[in-house]
Design a protein around this ligand. Structure first.
Ligand SMILES: *Cc1c(COP(=O)(O)O)cnc(C)c1O
Length: 448
């Protein structure tokens, strides 16, 4: 366990929901929203937020929810971490924007230096900053293409890389991410993932699963046509799928041998979420490029591509950028958030969260609807099945999430089949609050 000081919070770290929510204020806002906000943007929880701190989200009617989603793995340091809030205020008090491509500033350079040091490998690295995860992934592909002079991009079953045109093509799941939004970008090829729980041959090793993908690449695309292989080291939206040991190293080795740029999409798994700075660190894999976003800046929009200096520098001047990329306020937030991760040893916190969660949830595995408990650190998932089978059970996932919400615990679902309960608590969550929320979850699972 870490020796770092336990954080103190403004909001009482206690679950408290009234009988009937959404309350009157949230219901009124829902009405206004219906008239004002595009129907295509959906919300998981029907309440409107007033405040958020530590592991608690407080709504405008006075309900306190335990947050086991972190706004989709973003607020790892908390949603109002004092050092981040202070850095944001300080930076905004000087300048909110100048555009790094017009008049640059130190914060951008410092974030680049920090990421060059933090990301795996001791080779020379460089960084470019953007706003969203999708933008980072798009730019990683641009960099790989210009550096290699090739065009094909290899992605995996169950992958999620974003919602822009290129990243929709990289993403696997049609509904809701791609349905009706085509045509999609060309030269994107999908190969099988290593998904231990759902392998036809349960004995298949990570190396064999990698060879299955490699054979498909070599036969159907041609290794010398491939610019980049883009993979989430632990898949996020696709179902918190942890590939079999050896899968990632074998792919990385093949990529290296064939001049293919190995891109680790760490947008969801990065920044202490899995108990290491990056999910590839668990197997010592060193990617050529790493894409980062979500947890990077304590909730402020920022993303990055970091990787081999010669790859980043193969792009002509002016070839990378964007009006807002590496916004100075977001950079200040990132620097403060990275300090918090180090000072509070959030890697150790993530591992402790795993220990606590496994203690509560492990006994349920194999019983009833619980097919598997998997993941690393504070990125854990339960795959729900029809009892006695491996048939996906999305209804159970929905029912469990709804039952938890009713008791004041926010739980997210995911997965190609919609049958995964995923846990992504803020890494600063108190152990008492976490244990309370996991108890609610366990009760909801047992009631299935
Ligand atoms: C969320 C996510 C993205 C897209 O990030 P946005 O900021 O939503 O564009 C890309 N890759 C992975 C692995 C993600 O989890």
């Amino acid at each position: 366990m870490s020796q770092s000081p336990a954080p103190t919070f403004r909001l009482e770290q206690k679950r408290h929901v009234l009988k009937d929510f959404p309350g009157p204020k949230s219901s009124a806002l829902a009405e206004r929203r219906k008239d004002a906000v595009a129907a295509g943007v959906a919300s998981t929880v029907p309440v409107y937020v007033q405040d958020a701190d530590g592991g608690i989200i407080l709504d405008i009617d006075g309900n306190s929810f335990v947050d086991l989603g972190s706004g989709i793995a973003v607020t790892s340091v908390g949603a109002s971490e004092p050092a981040v809030v202070g850095a944001v205020a300080e930076a905004a008090g000087h300048f909110t924007h100048t555009c790094f491509m017009v008049t640059p500033y130190e914060g951008y350079v410092e974030v680049a230096e920090r990421l060059n040091t933090l990301t795996p490998g001791d080779h020379a690295k460089k960084t470019v900053l953007f706003n969203s995860g999708a933008e980072a992934v798009e730019n990683a592909v641009k960099i790989a293409r210009i550096a290699t002079g090739r065009s094909a991009v290899v992605v995996f079953d169950h992958a999620y890389h974003g919602r822009t045109n290129l990243t929709m093509a990289l993403t696997a799941k049609s509904m809701p991410y791609k349905h009706g939004f085509g045509p999609f970008a060309s030269e994107v090829y999908r190969v099988p993932m290593s998904y231990p729980f759902r392998e036809e041959n349960p004995e298949i090793t990570g190396a064999e699963a990698a060879q299955r993908a490699i054979t498909m690449i070599e036969k159907q695309i041609g290794a010398d046509q491939v610019a980049a292989l883009v993979i989430e080291p632990i898949q996020g939206e696709g179902g918190f799928i942890v590939p079999a040991e050896g899968f990632l190293p074998a792919l990385a080795e093949w990529a290296k041998a064939n001049g293919v740029v190995f891109v680790a999409d760490e947008v969801q798994a990065g920044f202490c979420r899995t108990g290491e700075w990056f999910a590839v660190d668990h197997e010592g894999v060193v990617p050529d490029l790493v894409t980062m976003a979500k947890g990077i800046a304590g909730g402020m929009p920022l993303s990055a591509v970091t990787g081999r200096a010669e790859l980043l520098d193969s792009v002509h001047g002016g070839g990378l950028g964007g009006t807002y990329g590496g916004n100075p306020v977001a950079c200040a937030a990132a620097l403060a958030a990275l300090d918090v991760m180090e000072e509070q040893d959030l890697n150790a916190k993530a591992r402790r969260i795993e220990e606590i969660a496994r203690g509560v949830l492990e006994p349920l595995v194999g019983e009833g609807v619980v097919g598997e408990l998997r993941g690393r650190g504070a990125m854990l998932a339960i795959e729900l099945v029809e009892p006695g089978t491996k048939k996906p059970n999305p209804e159970a996932a929905k029912a469990i999430a709804a039952a938890c919400l009713k008791e004041g615990v926010i739980i997210l679902t995911c997965g190609t089949y919609g049958n995964i309960i995923r846990l992504l608590p803020p890494l600063v969550i108190g152990e008492e609050l976490l244990t309370d929320a996991l108890g609610v979850l366990a009760t909801a699972i047992k009631a299935q």
